[in-house]
Design a protein around this ligand. Structure first.
Ligand SMILES: Nc1ncnc2c1ncn2[C@@H]1O[C@H](COP(=O)(O)OP(=O)(O)OP(=O)(O)O)[C@@H](O)[C@H]1O
Ligand SMILES: [Mg+2]
Length: 443
């Protein structure tokens, strides 16, 4: 955006800070209005539209958090940067979760402020584009138009921009690793390695050497020195997969390394600084494991700074057609065949299946079908028995009216690619009614 065209508002109770902000922004060509309190800012916002608000966190009476909440609820087209002198990551993360574009710790350099402003404006521009273009159905190779996935995309964007640990949860096959990669490759660490570590697969005896590496002669058989995951992922990301299955031994070692950001190679007494971001994933319910004493609470809180929970496929059936289309196009390209057409019955069956194995199950099923079925048409009769059973129950008369209605609504939504206006028109109800019905279907 052209600096001259940007409307900026800075809010801080300290006049000297406001002066500094104004001076820095002026040097880059921005005109900035200033306010000394949240009340003043709210009144300014109600009179003039602003593109970006830069607000202090700690102010008497109303805090920057209150302002973020107000902007989020009333001025969705305005971006916010939270400036905090109490650079507690918790407050800043909370601010970003509540809707701030990013945060800035005091004291900041001229360049840091300008970069934050530019990034926030870029994100705002992207958001405005998306709103006018239609929802993106694909994001870093992840398909999903459902509200659940759109929320996941937003969190990925935020997590990518912040250097904090992330916990991803979701049933098997929901795309946890895909999301972890999107966070890594979408952020400033993308040039450094993404190192997946399967926490179930490391034998206890090799734990330390696998994680932290070893020097030559550290133990019998250690003929050369070898880097561990933490060194390989220097400046990058370690992806701790199946963290819920990590032994207490492993948990303790991870906690120490994450807390101190320092490690010792096995056989060495020299401490090494490490800089890695941790993304952990699990299909287990970690809070329950914590309660049972099987997972360390302190480690849980260290990892769970941002938590992303991926909904199972059965809760976002409207994503099925787009996923089918995506996988079929991909496989057919790979094996060099013309993409077949799915009959309505086949597509219905796919949408209505409960998908206990989630996207992976769908991916595998389609792969198998494309190899087995030669013709141009795929019908539900081509599906394996396990799927047909599902179709039979789906077509049996044992369902309530509400179930049938819910299914029909989702089907129509899927057909129009998630467009609620079109869906409402087809269903013969207004958008508001549709929204209310959807809320009941997937609260
Ligand atoms: N939204 C999506 N769009 C496209 N492909 C997807 C999506 N979600 C998952 N996949 C694909 O499904 C497969 C399973 O995904 P992934 O390995 O990330 O799941 P996971 O949650 O890590 O599973 P597990 O718990 O079994 O390890 C992969 O091939 C992935 O590319
Ligand atoms: Mg996985």
């Amino acid at each position: 955006m052209n600096p001259k065209a940007v409307r900026l508002l800075a809010v801080d109770d300290s006049p000297s800070t406001l002066e500094v902000i104004q001076r820095i922004l002026k040097s880059a060509g921005y005109d900035t209005r200033t306010c000394h309190s949240v009340v003043e800012a709210v009144s300014a916002l109600s009179r003039t539209p602003f593109d970006l608000v830069i607000t202090d966190y700690k102010m008497p009476k109303h805090s920057g958090m209150d302002l973020i909440q107000y902007v989020h609820e009333n001025h969705q087209d305005t971006a916010v940067i939270m400036v905090t002198g109490y650079a507690t990551i918790d407050g800043a993360v909370e601010a970003v979760k509540k809707g701030a574009e990013t945060y800035l710790a005091k004291p900041f350099t001229d360049q840091e402020l300008l970069t934050a402003v530019e990034e926030a404006l870029e994100k705002l521009a992207r958001r405005r584009n998306v709103q006018t273009e239609a929802q993106p159905s694909m994001f870093h190779d992840i398909i999903g138009t459902s509200p659940g996935m759109q929320h996941v995309f937003k969190l990925i964007d935020k997590a990518a921009a912040m250097n904090v640990n992330v916990m991803i949860s979701g049933e098997s096959g929901t795309g946890k690793e895909l999301v972890a990669r999107a966070i890594h490759y979408g952020g400033p660490r993308s040039a450094a390695p993404f190192v997946p570590v399967n926490c179930t697969a490391i034998p206890d005896s090799l734990l330390e050497s696998e994680l932290f590496g070893h020097v030559k002669g550290a133990f019998t058989g250690a003929n050369t020195s070898r880097a561990g995951f933490f060194q390989i992922a220097e400046n990058g990301t370690i992806f701790l997969d199946e963290i819920g299955d990590a032994s207490l031994n492993l948990q303790g070692k991870l906690l120490r390394a994450i807390q101190s950001k320092e490690i010792f190679m096995v056989g060495s007494s020299t401490v090494q600084k490490v800089d890695t971001r941790i993304i952990a994933a699990t299909h287990k319910d970690l809070p329950t494991l914590v309660q049972k004493g099987l997972f360390r609470e302190d480690l849980y809180y260290r990892l769970n700074i941002i938590d992303i929970s991926i909904p199972p496929l059965r809760d976002r059936k409207e994503d099925v057609p787009a996923l089918v289309n995506y996988f079929v196009t991909q496989f057919c390209q790979d094996i060099g065949r013309k993409p077949p057409t799915f009959t309505d019955r086949a597509l219905d069956a796919l949408i209505n299946h409960s998908w206990p194995g989630n996207i992976r199950e769908l991916e595998n099923l389609l792969q198998r079908l494309l190899v087995i079925v030669d013709g141009d048409l795929i019908d539900s009769g081509d599906f394996p028995d396990s799927m047909r059973l599902n179709i039979d129950t789906a077509q049996s008369g044992s369902r309530s009216l509400a179930e049938v209605e819910a299914e029909h609504i989702l089907k129509v939504l899927a057909v129009v690619g998630g467009n609620k206006t079109q869906a409402a028109e087809i269903l013969g109800i207004d958008r508001k009614t549709l929204r209310e019905k959807l809320k009941k279907i997937r609260p």
